[in-house]
Design a protein around this ligand. Structure first.
Ligand code: ACO
Length: 269
């Protein structure tokens, strides 16, 4: 029987997707990378999925790339195999960065190296205080590749990114939150409830506006102010063309019906 490398359930609008190699601390081998892309494909356009949460079975979120199967065994097969394995890993992380639904990383435990790719790909991230993060590449003699260097440079201060990458030292969830690698950290026992609460906030929002907003946040980061202004006008007009009623209804319920206040919550979809 083939190993089920990814587990998932859909419940009340939330797709709970889990790295599922707990005996291997959920490190990412080629089979997991291929399966994760299939699972993302299956869930992205389902009407019963409004938010996707990525967590790990057992004590790890993900111990990064599988040093045996992703590196050693793939390298033994030559350059073509290396490029294929990279394309499979980077492919699902990219898919997740631009996912059609909002995504949340729920970091329940170990998170190393290559794990920073999917961590960054998720729109929001919540960690257990007990979780442990490291760019451990330096500990086994490589630089943080596969985007990991870019992730810490984008999210952390230069000094923290440099220290993190050069020392390979572990930081816990609290420090990860202080460094802004994740949004928040809280005791493991409270993590799922908090993530559910945040997912439920997102489920109440207009889904077309959510997708347009999450893409805008990532895109404008690389633009000048003028280019961002132009992009945002076009992005809003494109969103309007798919969702003519949503925003008009939002205005109507506030101005005419006076049934909610946009400053205090979402309109009734
Ligand atoms: N690659 C391959 N196998 C791994 C990995 C990995 N990244 N992480 C864990 N495993 C395997 C172990 O070899 C072990 O296998 P075995 O049961 O067949 O002996 C099994 O998972 C359990 O691992 P332990 O080390 O026994 O678990 P423990 O809970 O004591 O330690 C820890 C957990 C700290 C995560 C440790 O496994 C570890 O250091 N893993 C490597 C972390 C890492 O540096 N990853 C690479 C980052 S760089 C990159 O991703 C490019």
């Amino acid at each position: 029987m083939t190993e089920e490398t990814v587990a998932f359930d859909v419940e009340n609008g939330i797709a709970w997707v889990r790295f599922n190699r707990p005996d291997k601390r959920n490190c990412m081998n080629p089979a997991l990378n291929r399966r994760m892309m299939e699972v993302l494909d299956e869930l992205e356009f389902r009407d019963d999925v409004g938010v996707l949460v990525l967590s790990g079975e057992g004590s790890a979120w993900s111990a990064g790339m599988d040093l045996k199967e992703y590196f050693r065994e793939t390298e033994a097969k030559g350059l073509g195999a290396i490029r294929k394995a990279q394309a499979e890993a980077y492919g699902w992380w990219r898919r997740l960065r631009w996912y059609g639904k909002p995504t949340i990383a729920m970091v329940n435990g170990w998170c190393f190296g290559g794990g920073y790719g999917p961590l960054f790909a998720c729109d929001l991230a919540f960690a257990a205080d007990e979780a442990q993060f490291a760019l451990s590449e330096i500990n086994w003699g490589i630089l943080p590749g596969g985007g990991a260097t870019k992730v810490v440079v984008d999210l952390l201060s230069m000094r923290d990114a440099m220290y993190h990458a050069l020392t390979g030292e572990l930081i816990d969830g609290r420090k990860a939150a202080a460094w802004k690698l994740v949004n928040e950290s809280l005791p493991l026992a409270e993590l799922k409830a908090r993530v559910t609460e945040v997912a439920n906030i997102l489920l109440k929002k207009n889904p077309i506006a959510l997708k347009a907003t999450k893409d805008a946040i990532r895109r404008v980061a690389e633009m000048t102010y003028d280019n961002a202004e132009d992009y945002l006008v076009r992005a809003q007009e494109a969103a309007n063309s798919f969702d003519n009623q949503g925003r008009k209804e939002g205005i109507r319920q506030f101005i005419d019906e006076k049934s909610y206040k946009p400053g205090l919550g979402a309109y009734d979809k």
